[in-house]
Write a protein that binds this ligand. Structure first.
Ligand SMILES: Cc1cc2nc3c(=O)[nH]c(=O)nc-3n(C[C@H](O)[C@H](O)[C@H](O)COP(=O)(O)O)c2cc1C
Ligand SMILES: [Mn+2]
Length: 475
């Protein structure tokens, strides 16, 4: 990648005009509202770097909206900027296919040691932690961060973005929904009645943040995956007794642990579905042991919101590529495109285009695209279309849906699938499971050849007409 760490990344973003500096905003609601306005109303949807936040010293900064533009997603992931949506997904999919995970490299030096708070010195409220939305139940230090944990049985390290709320100056609330890798590791530790070490890292290389919210397979460390994407190992430090590896280039690292029997109310937080669906639940508490941070630290935030929002924007590309990859690994041939549109926040709607090869091909693609790891959690609709439909063009997809799908035979329902407390349409007491619709919007395989011909101006005629009349008519 053409940058090293967050500070270099921010400089490059500033050079191409997508960084906005804001001084004097209030951490309480104003930062959240400014980020929302910038995302919805500004042409560049800039990354915003807040400084001199109300009541806090200059230099204690917060960057939000990092991955809201295609240019910044491309910079972060080393991709060209001028690709069509499906080309972008295709190139990324190929990169995942070719990816060779690179394990992290241990180093012992880091600017993180510029400031260290131990035990009773810890006061997390010395950082300008925002409360983003009016309905939020607290200040959220963890939205654009990574959470690092280790499997107590097998020793592998997971890196996931799981929200972190401030309870008080020395304790935090951690919400990992059922089935997430960090949660599985924690449950293994609690089953043995052992405390569970957790590290929270803020101000990371945005690629690490991306990878931590990727559905990387269980048992594979997101550090190795990010290293593979970057083409070089992530540099890590191993901290304290737990020896949890944390990024050496982070701005702030919090080291702590959760205790088996302890829970405290966490939430609400405006969620990625656009609702406060999970409300307040009793969740594990992180007791902070130490905090390490650079001089003039930069926190990072990515507040979830009603889609299309930041996470739905950058996640579209890679969730689509991951589902495509997982379809192929499961043996589904002739997938020609996958798109998870931002309007469905990438999870709630998946479109898969295939070149139909045999009876049942479309159902196979649909069921696996709905249930592979990249799509399994809190999905809703999966639509399978033919190869002439561009899955990223919703006009095309709706045309296929409304003309090639006979609802009585082309919609399958899967019941009791993986959902969770954030699912707004499931009554609270029944949450955990949801149902999925797999919609076959392909022309029926058995009479593919006899299916009514589509109305279309032939390509060569369209080209000739454009040459002859295009200027006069289209200007
Ligand atoms: C901004 C943001 C906030 C997120 N918050 C949570 C959360 O609070 N709890 C959760 O379980 N997943 C959350 N996620 C989704 C997980 O990061 C994502 O599913 C990731 O793949 C989980 O890692 P895992 O597959 O290693 O469990 C969030 C993602 C983003 C981008
Ligand atoms: Mn994982």
């Amino acid at each position: 990648m053409a940058y090293q760490g967050l500070r270099d990344w921010l400089e490059q973003v500033e050079l191409f005009g997508e960084l906005q500096n804001v001084e004097g905003a209030d951490w309480d609601l104003e930062i959240g509202a400014i980020a929302d306005m910038a995302r919805k109303e500004s042409k560049t949807a800039p990354c915003i770097l807040f400084d001199s936040i109300k009541g806090y010293p200059k230099g204690y900064r917060l960057a939000v909206g990092l991955l809201n533009s295609i240019k910044r997603v491309a910079l972060t992931s080393g991709m060209p900027v001028d690709l069509s949506t499906m080309e972008f997904v295709r190139v990324w999919r190929q990169r995942i296919k070719d990816l060779k995970p690179i394990p992290p490299e241990e180093v012992t030096d880091s600017p993180l040691f510029e400031n260290v708070w131990e035990e009773k010195d810890v006061d997390i409220l010395r950082f300008p932690i925002p409360r983003y939305n009016v309905g939020d139940g607290g200040r959220y230090i963890g939205t654009g961060h990574i959470t690092i944990t280790r499997d107590p049985e097998d020793g592998w390290v997971n890196v996931g973005t799981y929200r972190v709320m401030v309870h008080d100056s020395q304790t935090l609330g951690l919400y990992m929904s059922p089935g997430k890798h960090g949660r599985i590791q924690m449950e293994k530790s609690f089953a043995k009645n052992r405390p569970f070490p957790v590290a929270v890292s803020l101000g990371n290389d945005p690629l690490l943040f991306m990878a931590s919210a990727f559905e990387v397979p269980y048992g594979v460390s997101e550090y190795d995956f990010a290293g593979g994407l970057k083409g070089e190992p992530v540099k890590i430090l191993k901290l304290g007794q737990s020896r949890l590896p944390v990024p050496a280039s982070a701005e702030i690292v919090i080291e702590g642990e959760c205790h088996p029997a302890e829970r405290k109310p966490e939430g609400p937080l405006g969620e990625w579905t656009g609702y406060y669906a999970s409300g307040v639940r009793d969740e594990p508490v992180i007791h902070i042991r130490r905090v390490f941070f650079r001089n003039d630290p930069i926190m990072t935030g990515a507040p979830p919101s009603r889609p299309p929002a930041e996470a739905s924007f950058y996640k579209c590309f890679w969730r689509s590529a991951m589902i495509w990859d997982q379809l192929e690994r499961a043996g589904v041939p002739d997938v020609v495109g996958v798109w998870c549109p931002p309007e469905g926040n990438t999870r709630l709607l998946t479109v898969v285009a295939i070149r139909q090869r045999y009876p049942g091909h479309a159902r196979q693609a649909g069921v696996i695209a709905s249930q592979c790891h990249a799509a399994a959690y809190l999905g809703r609709f999966t639509i399978v279309v033919d190869e002439d439909i561009d899955p990223a063009d919703m006009k095309d997809v709706l045309w296929a849906l409304t003309t090639r799908c006979d609802p009585a035979q082309d919609i399958e329902i899967l019941r009791r699938c993986w959902s969770g407390p954030l699912d707004p349409i499931i009554p609270r007491e029944k949450r955990g499971f949801n149902s999925r619709a797999i919609i076959d919007a392909c022309r029926p395989y058995e009479w593919l050849k006899d299916f009514p011909a589509a109305v279309k101006v032939p390509d060569d005629l369209a080209r000739k007409v454009k040459e002859k009349w295009g200027k006069a008519i289209l200007g």
